[in-house]
Design a protein around this ligand. Structure first.
Ligand code: SF4
Ligand code: SF4
Length: 475
């Protein structure tokens, strides 16, 4: 980690051709040993993370009327958000919700930079507030961790590394259980525990895979997830601009950097080139080189530099939350034309989404003419058209659904395989079937007679379907 810094001091622009996590000579991974952070922001982040983790781990147990608050069952295409169920029939709504969320992320990033990454991203929270703290507990601070890494395998190393990795895996297993609870529901996890893995082999295998993945992510991949894998991280170059708030080094105040020696500090800036901001960085970068893709805005360098400034009797904020323009010109412009345009798009999307959510039917009916059939001659003078229907109850309450044909006059509806056109749907229920529309030939004036079918749920009109009744015209 310190290697790139030393090279940087020799060649000021060298950092542009290298990344801290790769050893330039061998091309191997450069393992980062960040110094244990401390300070006001770190304490704030710790408490905020505790609140978020408490919310996340208790989330699967929270229920509204016996149903989970949040369920994202991708396999069964069933989603529950704030206790409201969404089905595959709501896919357009869901797609719009996702689009709105993406635009919100863009607006947030344009204005506030990567604040999400530092304060709320599960990867950062688990890594920095859980796994890293456990590592400091078992192996000590950065220096001790380096020492343990370099030492030959002996009792001490075996004990410290072994215990740490066992705790890491148990924690990964716990996180995997929580993650799976959001996918299949806590009730399924309870069944898995009480019935045993042999009764729920698929779920048990999924649990094992997730546990291994989380273990690899938090014990091996670490900052590589943010730098290489995360699409949000990789899109920062597109979203950030000179007015976005980022963790930034005040180069106007800090440069020229250098060790302040008695009687020689008059021409130097406030940066004493102590490298403490670099040593504490979990992604191994030097923030004094400017905004970089690797920076997850964890604020550890702000705390560290503030401590240095305090000791130097200088004001805080040599590294702080600020935009590039703010530092270079002292001007603060939070809302730019670009961010205002994004906000306009976001507002439109929120309006459309709200309208669709508010007018969303509790019951959805699909009625389609049976393919390949025109009309059938029934006994007497009657002609019929056959239709297929599918009625979905999108609520957790029972619904009494009635399908009625209201026009043209004299037309009747006859269900196939059931007496009445009233259907009883239990919660989450789907009923499929067929019916005939029947009309006496004497009332048919044209080959395609417009017809209207209405679907009522608990007496309330849910849907109106316009169709054409096909039949022969009597001469
Ligand atoms: S911690 Fe502050 S003073 Fe020290 S090198 Fe970093 S920016 Fe300069
Ligand atoms: S540069 Fe500072 S804010 Fe960015 S990742 Fe490193 S320590 Fe965190």
């Amino acid at each position: 980690m310190t290697k790139n810094v030393q090279q940087d001091s020799q060649a000021p622009n060298h950092f542009r051709d290298a990344i801290g996590v790769v050893d330039e000579r061998t091309g191997n991974r450069n393992w980062i040993f960040p110094k244990k952070p401390s300070g006001r922001l770190y304490t704030g982040r710790t408490w905020f993370s505790i609140a978020l983790m408490a919310l996340m781990f208790s989330g699967p147990f929270m229920k509204i009327n016996g149903h989970p608050v949040l369920l994202l069952n991708i396999l069964e295409r069933k989603f529950i958000i704030f206790g409201i169920p969404f089905w595959s029939q709501d896919l357009p709504l869901f797609a719009l919700l996702m689009l709105t969320f993406v635009v919100f992320i863009i607006v947030f990033t344009v204005v506030f930079g990567r604040m999400w990454c530092g304060w709320a991203c599960p990867q950062t929270i688990f890594m920095e507030m859980l796994f890293r703290k456990i590592e400091y507990f078992f192996e000590g601070d950065a220096k001790d961790q380096k020492r343990i890494t370099q030492m030959r395998w002996n009792g001490e190393k075996l004990l410290k590394r072994g215990t740490k990795n066992i705790v890491f895996f148990l924690l990964s297993f716990f996180i995997a259980n929580t993650f799976l609870s959001y996918l299949i529901g806590i009730d399924e996890i309870e069944k898995l525990i009480t019935d045993g893995p042999s009764q729920h082999l698929g779920q048990f295998i999924a649990l094992c895979i997730f546990s291994i993945v989380f273990y690899i992510v938090f014990s091996k991949m670490r900052e590589l997830v943010c730098i290489v894998v995360c699409p949000y991280g990789r899109l920062q170059g597109l979203m950030l601009d000179k007015n976005s708030i980022v963790v930034a080094y005040d180069f106007i105040r800090g440069e020229p950097r250098g060790q302040h020696k008695r009687n020689e500090s008059e021409n130097l800036g406030d940066c004493v080139d102590c490298h403490r901001c670099v040593h504490v960085c979990p992604t191994g970068i030097d923030i004094r080189n400017g905004t970089q893709l690797e920076c997850v805005n964890c604020t550890a360098c702000i705390d560290e530099c503030n401590d240095v400034m305090e000791r130097m009797h200088k004001p805080h904020g040599l590294i702080r939350y600020a935009s590039q323009e703010e530092i270079a010109k002292g001007s603060v412009k939070r809302i730019t034309f670009r961010s205002a345009a994004y906000m306009g798009v976001l507002t439109c999307l929120i309006c459309v989404l709200s309208y669709l959510l508010l007018t969303r039917n509790e019951v959805e009916a699909v009625v389609l003419r049976t393919p390949g059939m025109l009309f059938q001659n029934q006994t007497g003078h009657d002609v019929s058209n056959m239709y297929n229907f599918e009625v979905v109850n999108k609520t957790f309450a029972e619904q009494q659904v009635e399908i009625k044909v209201v026009s043209p006059e004299h037309i009747t509806l006859k269900m196939v395989d059931r007496e009445k056109s009233v259907l009883q749907l239990k919660e989450d229920d789907i009923i499929k079937g067929s019916f005939f529309l029947i009309l006496d030939k004497k009332y048919i004036q044209e080959n395609n007679t417009p017809a209207t079918i209405k679907v009522y749920s608990n007496g309330v009109l849910m849907d109106e379907i316009k169709t054409n009744f096909v039949g022969p015209v009597l001469n």
